[in-house]
Ligand binder design. Structure first.
Ligand SMILES: NC(=O)c1ccc[n+]([C@@H]2O[C@H](COP(=O)([O-])OP(=O)(O)OC[C@H]3O[C@@H](n4cnc5c(N)ncnc54)[C@H](O)[C@@H]3O)[C@@H](O)[C@H]2O)c1
Length: 347
């Protein structure tokens, strides 16, 4: 860690994985104060060179062990796809380097638990890059709940339905046995925990509408929360719209004295007995962001700002490894429920 007298410490990081989503992470790191990405790693040399040139990063590696041998970094940001997550997190843990790992944390709960354990043994911070709860509209809705605008929430629906061609930029999504719950539903399950609390039981159904892909592209999940409330999660990449809401998450919450509706075009309706209000919760269009992705891109900046603050203040990240195991356990439970056709009790 570099400390220049009385000025704040500049955190030095490295990013492994220079693919589709890592570009957002690199843009966000560049925009943040107090942090600098000093090295990159990717097994694909062309991508590595292109990304290095784009971000002015000259310390480039095709092997993570070589990077960790050579670079004195404060954290490793892992932006690869899930099959490599465990090996990369364990490499960081062995060197005592703090780590961020993209979602889904791992291909299986056993791998995920081993990774959380390895980072706990290292004693270094570990955060899953679970960014949906960091979206401006979701934070605004959470703030309304916290202010008591609708009383006690008792029912919630979280919906992400679209016909957007996600396979064009992420072709691997069409090839896995698992698709929409593991890739997208995971975010909505995390938002459900964030808004309504931990989950006691779950029932799920999945469908595959697009026959050119291998996994499920439609999922409907009902959650029974520990506090007795209920959530419904529905996600689809097979739905047709006149104006496709992609990539907006739409949320309805009913409370004991009112209700909240997060609707298309980033409007938040707050309805209760004394008044009805519509708040504009449009995310910032950052100078490196593009529509329609800007909502997601701003949330990447928000979660990475949180990480920098956590490292500077030695605070635990909200979506730390242990917390994220609870979200990932819901993914596993949803697949088990859909396959067995029954309700799963979540331990
Ligand atoms: N939060 C979000 O909104 C969001 C959106 C898209 C993707 N993601 C997540 O981001 C992750 C990456 O997805 P993507 O679409 O960018 O994938 P991608 O395939 O475009 O990029 C992954 C990169 O990692 C590299 N790589 C793989 N294994 C490696 C290893 N062992 N060492 C070094 N480099 C390695 C590949 O060569 C590739 O360049 C996934 O976990 C995905 O779920 C999150």
């Amino acid at each position: 860690m570099t400390n220049t007298g009385s000025s704040p410490k500049i955190l030095h990081g490295a990013v492994v994985g220079c693919g589709f989503f890592a570009l957002n992470q690199l843009e966000a790191w560049r925009a943040l104060d107090g942090v600098e990405i000093v090295a990159l790693c990717d097994t694909n040399e062309t991508r590595l060179a292109e990304t290095g040139a784009r971000f002015g990063i000259t310390r480039l590696y095709t092997d993570i062990e070589a990077l960790l041998d050579d670079e004195a970094i404060d954290f490793l940001d892992i932006a690869t796809t899930p099959p490599s997550h465990r090996i990369l997190v364990e490499a960081a843990a062995r060197r005592g380097v703090a780590a961020i790992c993209q979602k889904p944390i791992a291909p299986s709960l056993a791998d995920a638990r081993a990774m959380v354990e390895a980072m706990a043994t290292s004693g270094r911070p570990f955060m899953i890059h679970e960014n949906f709860r960091w979206q401006t509209p979701v934070l605004a809705l959470k703030a309304q709940i916290a202010e008591g605008a609708v009383g006690l929430p008792f029912w919630c629906r979280i919906s992400f339905r679209s016909g957007y061609d996600v396979y064009a930029q992420q072709p691997y999504l069409a090839k896995g046995e698992r698709f929409i719950i593991e890739d997208l539903g995971i975010h909505l399950l995390d938002v459900a925990r964030f808004l309504m609390g931990d989950v006691a039981s779950l029932w799920a159904r999945t469908q595959r509408v697009n026959e050119t892909i291998k996994g499920e592209d439609v999922a409907t999940i009902m959650l029974g929360h520990v506090n007795g409330t209920t959530s419904v999660i529905d996600c689809s990449y097979a739905s047709t719209f006149e104006r496709d809401p992609f990539p907006q998450t739409l949320i309805e919450i009913d409370g004991t004295s009112g209700s909240l509706r997060l609707t298309q075009d980033y409007k938040l309706l707050v309805m209760n007995k004394s008044s009805d209000r519509t708040l504009d919760v449009t995310p910032l269009l950052l100078d490196w962001a593009q529509k329609p992705w800007f909502n997601i891109q701003e949330s990447v900046l928000n979660i990475q700002r949180h990480w920098v603050k956590c490292l500077q203040t030695e605070a635990e990240p909200f979506t730390n490894g242990r917390d994220n195991l609870k979200t990932f356990a819901l993914v596993e439970a949803a697949y088990e429920s859909a396959s067995a056709g029954r309700i799963i009790e979540v331990s």
